[in-house]
Design a protein around this ligand. Sequence first.
Ligand code: MG
Length: 275
Amino acid sequence: MVFRHQRALALAAIAAVAALGVVGLWACPIGLGAETGADGLGYEDTPRLPDSPWRVHDRNRPQAPKVAPGSAGLSSQAATPPSDAIVLFDGKDLSQWEGGNAKGVENGVVNILKAGELRTRRHFGDCQLHIEWATPAQADGNNLNWGNSGVLFLGRYELQILESHDSHIYADGNAGAIYGQSPPLVNPARKPGEWQSYDVVFLAPRFDGSKLVRPAYFTVFYNGVLVQHHQAVLGTTFHRSLPAYDSRESEGSITLQRHGSAVRFRNIWVRPLKL
Ligand code: MG
């Protein structure tokens, strides 16, 4: 009888652990543990950012105040870029990019979910970038996934793209944020499904051998509204970890992130800068 009792207890324990596991999987997005970040609104156990009262993805960090952006920042489909710009996408094909599936171009726009991660064939350092994007009109995932993409300069310094009008995550993870580091100054997001724009001046980091002599900087207009002003970048942007300069490159591909949401892109051009 004792044996049977112990066996029943063991089976009950296994069942309880399994049930907790199922609940955990259901409650927590992929890649998140069972800590405070499961709701996508941030953490209380991540490292503190240097010279800042906030942790990485701090759930107590204030959300950027909302601003209605007006109609600034958008081009028509037929708009032409400046004469010295390198056109990265004009509605036709992905010839300027590598890593993508040509079937991701539909009706003159890129669907990043179908195209896959895109990396420019050319490498860029200091540059001005114009890019237009739209998140899905209807949620195609939880708040961490809906509209999640990003523009990664040198393939590693991420200007976040995310549905941030009707939904949000932690302050340093919404649209216009330097991911995991600097929330936008304000939130001028348009409604899900509407076209939005980034106009970016990116200054690449400089190194003397292995020593960082100048960090990267972002200046960003989001729908025509300033959201990052000559903001120094702390390093490669990570989830739940401090940014760090783990590369010594001063030029690299511009990458469009595929993060499981059908984010669309159009009108992408870049002007390399000699400063
Ligand atoms: Mg992203």
